[in-house]
Ligand binder design. Structure first.
Ligand code: ADP
Ligand code: MG
Length: 323
């Protein structure tokens, strides 16, 4: 394993939760309808993600951990039309550099699976194995060969907290997918597919929060906005209950956060934040997701228009709901 590779790995995989996020994104890109996440010791010992997605053909298994190898975009032009959650081809390359990595996969038209073991970036074996259709990835001893990063890991509880947040974001962004999360022997969540985002919100945040939510919906040209915002009475002292998803990705966007604040102007005391669970979708051409390695920030082609749509939709809703 070269130093350069290990440094690159650190950019994408900061802590166990980053690996969980990347693996779950891959499962969703593979069309999974069910994703089971198993964690041991806050992810430091084990992260296992099992999905029922399309699987990986034996001849493609080695490619998955090659740097910059992605099956999702073919050329630079495709970068402007990203329809998948992943597109850089860096996650598995990075993770397999700094862990004991096991990939088991079977395509739906094959009657046997294959497994590949990678230790610190070198492939140890690839051979047929029994497994259900789909993909199972196991990451053990994350950061075993990058002692500094390992040292910076926080307590099991804190690292699991980050994993749980990554899991929550994913489960809120894809309500129609079945997700489960296990920590050690404890089944933390088992979430069957649901029609309405509100059902997921209820599971994570409780009855009281879910029941007071105000539904919002708008469509302007090709930009759709839907989801829920909280009654001002349920405002918070921080913005941790503000969830914004763009084309299935959890994002942070200061302008849209500002629009949200503006919509509540006069309804909230200073220093209070509204609850929000908003999903936006737009053609991939209208947004650049290739801004930041973690893809947490994006750049809109016409951010002014999106700002107005959010603000306008909420204001209209608030006027009609007598807040
Ligand atoms: P990216 O998602 O940017 O393409 P990754 O390093 O995350 O890069 O994954 C590399 C490749 O491995 C993907 O392009 C995909 O072809 C394959 N792959 C990874 N995870 C899965 C999965 N769960 N199911 C099917 N294919 C997968
Ligand atoms: Mg990926």
């Amino acid at each position: 394993t070269s130093v350069v590779n290990k440094i690159a790995a650190g950019e994408v995989i900061e802590r166990p939760a980053s690996a969980v996020k990347e693996l779950m994104e891959n499962s969703l890109d593979a069309g999974a309808t069910r994703i089971d996440v198993t964690i041991e010791h806050g992810g430091a010992e084990l992260i296992r993600i099992a999905d029922d997605g399309c699987g990986i053909a034996p001849e493609d298994m080695a490619l998955t951990i090659a740097s910059h190898a992605t099956s999702k975009i073919g050329n630079a032009d495709d970068l402007f039309h990203v329809r998948t959650l992943g597109f850089r081809g860096e996650a598995l390359a990075s993770i397999s550099e700094v862990s004991h990595f096991l990939l088991r996969s079977r395509t739906h038209d094959s009657d046997c699976g294959n497994e590949m073991l990678v230790h610190g970036g070198s492939v140890q074996e690839a051979q047929p194995c029994g497994c259900p259709p789909g993909t199972i990835i196991e990451i053990r001893n994350l950061f075993y060969n990058t002692p500094v990063r390992k040292k910076f890991l926080k307590t099991t509880q804190t690292e699991f907290g980050h994993i749980s947040e990554a899991f929550t974001r994913m489960a809120l962004a894809f309500p129609h997918v079945h997700f489960s999360l296990k920590h050690g022997t404890r089944l933390v969540h088992d979430l069957p597919p649901c029609q309405d985002l509100r059902e997921r919100i209820r599971v994570f945040f409780g009855e009281e929060i879910a029941d007071q939510l105000i539904e919002v919906e708008s469509e302007n040209d090709q930009v759709t906005l839907c989801g829920y915002v909280g009654n001002p009475r349920f405002s918070r002292s921080n913005n941790r209950m503000q969830y914004l998803f763009l084309n299935g990705r959890f994002i942070k966007d200061r302008a849209l956060q500002h629009a949200l604040g503006e919509a509540y102007r006069g309804l909230l005391l200073h220093g209070r934040y509204p609850i929000s669970f908003l999903r936006m979708s737009m053609p991939p051409e209208m947004v650049d997701v290739n801004v930041h390695p973690t893809k947490l920030e994006v750049r809109f082609q016409d951010s002014g228009r999106i700002y107005s749509q959010l603000l306008g939709t909420l204001r209209t809703k608030f006027l009609s709901s007598n807040l």
